[in-house]
Structures are given as structure tokens and as C-alpha cells.
Design a protein around this ligand. Sequence first.
Ligand code: NIG
Ligand code: FE
Length: 399
Amino acid sequence: TVSPAHSASTASTLITNIAALVTNDPSLGDNSPLGLIQDAAVVIEGDRIAWTGDQSKAPATDNRVDAGGRAVLPGFVDSHSHLVFAGDRTQEFNARMSGRPYSAGGIRTTVAATRAATDEELEANVTRYLAEALRQGTTTFETKSGYGLTTHDESRALRVAARHTDEVTYLGAHIVAPEFAEDPAAYVALVTGEMLDACAPHARWIDVFCEKGAFDGDQARAILTAGKARGLHPRIHANQLSYGPGVRLAVELDAASADHCTHLTEEDVDALANSRTVATLLPGAEFSTRAEWPDARRLLDAGATVALSTDCNPGSSFTSSVPFCIALAVRDMGMTPDEAVWSATAGGAAALRRTDIGRVTPGAYADLTLLDAPSHVHLAYRPGVPLVTGVWRRGQRVV
Ligand code: NIG
Ligand code: FE
């Protein structure tokens, strides 16, 4: 069959006069992980990248866009968010900023608001936060259930999510539902039984919050193993608030990603470095809970693959901005600007086990971000400045 990208009716577009292009393909560029090309051009055909290289060698196309000597990079891949929710937690944030600690218990506030919301309200919220993210350069995002905690509310959250992305995660095991506070084993049975049956058709991934006050290592193993048996791939909220078994469990189960990774032993770091499980760091959460930063430098130096994502949710990290997370990671987590940009693009793609996004190379989806800056380094160098001035998603200019 002829794909739309190659059908005769598909117009091609040349983006030229790119001062610095991040391809994430070392062989295309300067041999660094970012595969940087100066004075570059990109050709889009349909929803894919057709050509990438030196602008003087660019092929003829139907349309032409002048990047004006600015920087282009792959659209951000936000591989961890919780966008299906209602209400917010302003009071809890305020209390934290006057000294109260963060705990998993706050999730219950959002569960109550989410259960009470109509489908239309949930839909409107997801649409709004996605539009925010897109304006800030995010072209692929993962999102989760986890604020329903009943069979009905979890499966409805996944249906809402699936209208917006293929990267949908079943997180019935976010916390033990309030109704099961006295009988967590019965809740685990629900999450691995009837709720899983209702949710598996709408999701690609299964996730567990493995933490004190949520689920322990044995419960998390049982939940992820049940999900695997139903064709869902595991990812884990691991080692966020304290040391624990989450990271090692992620590696044991070949999870695509262990997320947060704030409290790691040497053994945890070694396990990640010797696996294909990505360490997804979520600095918005440490920012907004005033917690200590995850040590990206230590993970990178050990050889682990690191992704950077927003964790956008109303409790621990109410930001949809990947550029903000890049700036934090560079300032406070020991990452270079190059590493942070790689982690927010190719790293996010690795955390979703995808090779068709997160790079500007022929055959990949044409997901691109144009910055009002001469280099991707400005994402960290100019924190808080809305530098994203153009976004192409699946070949269409959307910003
Ligand atoms: O990733 N850690 C667990 N879940 C979310 C927070 C959820 C909430 O506080 O509402 C997180 O940080
Ligand atoms: Fe999260």
C-alpha cells in the first residue's frame, strides 16, 4: 500500500535557514548525541520527515518556510502526565509553601473532584492542558488515569485520554481507593480483576505508585504482572518520596520507565544503568513539593538513559511546560543543556519505547519546535521566557 506521506497529492515543505538543528541522530550531524547541524534545512512530506541536512543541499519542494536563523529541535515528548482530573489543589500548595510536607494522601482530594465531574468537564480539562503543552512545544504526551479509582471512573478516564493520545496508561493503583482503606488487598484484587478487564482495552501501559502510603513492592509486582498478562506494558512511579523497591522492580519487569527516581541507592543506579529501563526525572514535582532534586548527573555518569517530563498533575507538579523542566534540570540536577534537551525529546521517546518520534531524521514523524532563539541552549539560558514560536505536529503547523 502507498502511505499518505508518499501519495502524489502530498505537498512537501522545506524549512530552511535553521541556524542550529537538533536531530538526535549523531550520524546526521556533528557526531554528538544531539546530532547538531548548523545552517540546516528539513523537508516535510505528509506527516513525516523526508530529508534533513545542510541547507545548501536541500531538494526542491512545493512550499518553503524561512526559520529566520533560529533553532529547530524535535517536538518535546512528555512521557509522564496526569491530565484527566477535575479541580485543583491551590490550598494544599499554599500550605506546603508555608512548611507543610507533601504526602500521597492529597491525591484523595482530586479523586473526589474527578468522580464528581462530568465527562464534558474532564474532556475540557484535558483539551485545555494539552493546548498549553502544545504552545510550549510538546508534540507527544503520555497520560494516565488514577483519579477515579473505581472501575467506572478509571475506564472513563482512559476513554477520555485515548481521544487525545495513543500513549494511555492505566493507573488504577495510584493509591488505595478511600472505600478500601481498611482492606487494601481487596482493592488490589479489584485493580487486577474487574477494573483491569474494563481498562485494558483503552490503555497501552500499566503503572503503579510504589511508595509508602500507596503500594508496596509485592503489591506493585502483582499489579504490574497482571497487567502484563493482559498485554499492557509496565512503567512505575518509583522512589519518589523515599527509598524503596520500585526501581529494582521496574528493572526486574523490564518496565519501559522508572519515574521520579529521587531517592536511589547505588544498587538502584547500577540496576538502571544495566537495563533498558529509562529513568524519567520529573523536576516539576521536586520544585512544587520543595523536595530534594533527583541526581541526573549520577544516573548519566553511571550510563543510565534519562528522560525529562512534566508529571503535570494538580497535586505535585502543576506545570505543562517542558522548557521549565529543562531549565530546572540544568540549574539544579547537574545536566548540561544538551543532555536536558536530549532527555526531553529522544529520552521521552525511549521511555515510551518509540523510535518514530523525538528525532528529526527521515522517516520519523514531522514533529518540530521552532524557537525564537539561535540555539536550543536558550531553553535553559532564558528560563521562563516563552521561546517556542512554531510547532509542527505530524507535519501540520499548529503554532
Ligand atoms: O507523580 N506520585 C504520585 N502521583 C503524582 C502526584 C499525584 C497527586 O499528588 O495528585 C506524581 O507526583
Ligand atoms: Fe506522576
